[in-house]
Design a protein. Sequence first.
Lengths: 105, 105, 105, 105
Amino acid sequence: MKECIDNCLNCFRVCEEAVSRAIESSNINTEHVKLLQACATICMTSAEFMMIESNYHYDTCGLCAKICRACAKDCENGSEAWMQECYEACTKCAYSCEGMSKMGH
Amino acid sequence: MKECIDNCLNCFRVCEEAVSRAIESSNINTEHVKLLQACATICMTSAEFMMIESNYHYDTCGLCAKICRACAKDCENGSEAWMQECYEACTKCAYSCEGMSKMGH
Amino acid sequence: MKECIDNCLNCFRVCEEAVSRAIESSNINTEHVKLLQACATICMTSAEFMMIESNYHYDTCGLCAKICRACAKDCENGSEAWMQECYEACTKCAYSCEGMSKMGH
Amino acid sequence: MKECIDNCLNCFRVCEEAVSRAIESSNINTEHVKLLQACATICMTSAEFMMIESNYHYDTCGLCAKICRACAKDCENGSEAWMQECYEACTKCAYSCEGMSKMGH
């Protein structure tokens, strides 16, 4: 679980910083910014549920994985360095959250 | 949606304050404290997803309703005033989040 | 204190929604977006410190007032409705946080 | 700045987990729990201000250092392993936040 918390906190940070990069870009995509904001928020929430050892962390991890997958897909074909970094952080976070989520079934 | 955000923010506050009351009580129930913490966190997350108008707010509202129902059930039979206040805030929040969540189906 | 928490939570919401409006506008001002984000975050933090009845709420209220004043100033001359709403919420929040902060001296 | 964000996020996590340990202990100290909660919250806020590159991060880092110092002092003489871990995380975070804060003067 410690590794999954690490991945969530890292993805939270990468997404928060990506929001700043996205806002500064000349060709702003508001839908993508919203997805980055949503991804940052659910990563933090998912990390917190694991930190307080709530039984509902299976649910938050499952939702975190779903949103991270969508965010990774949106970042995958971006040419900027921050998009590639975001793709990698989201993919890694999604993978570990999926693992956590499955333990609840 | 504005009403649902209001209910989530109110439930967030009531749960955060309930954590303080629960910790001060002589007969602390750690499982209940965890549930209050989880409920506060998901209420804030749910409110944020609506505020940023994320498409995933159907998911966060659904999960918020689920956790609020559980928290309300745990508070229902409490004799303290803060437990009754928490029961009412959670029940109201669960009801409006269920309504929001269903719109996504 | 209840009123000050209300003002902080309201200002948090108005600023979060203002970030969305600012991002959607054709003439995005990145410095203003950053200030709106900072204001939303410190309002939530200030509310939380009062909710948990931390002795440090004098400090967080003082900083919240400072940032709200700056945000209000930046919104004051905006022509859009959300900017006027943000100006009002920030001014009200700054005023009540200043009152709270002074009690600590 | 990256290192300071890392220290804040780490201290946030250690304090959040310390809250759980403190609540489970038979001899609960409510004042210490409040301080741990406040420390976790200001660490996250401080990290966020640096992530969004707000000019006010000098203020949030300064306040974070102050609260981390107080939390470290309260944990210093604790015999439990989590208290020692918290002492170390808070001391490290305070040191780097002080460094950041001074750059603003």
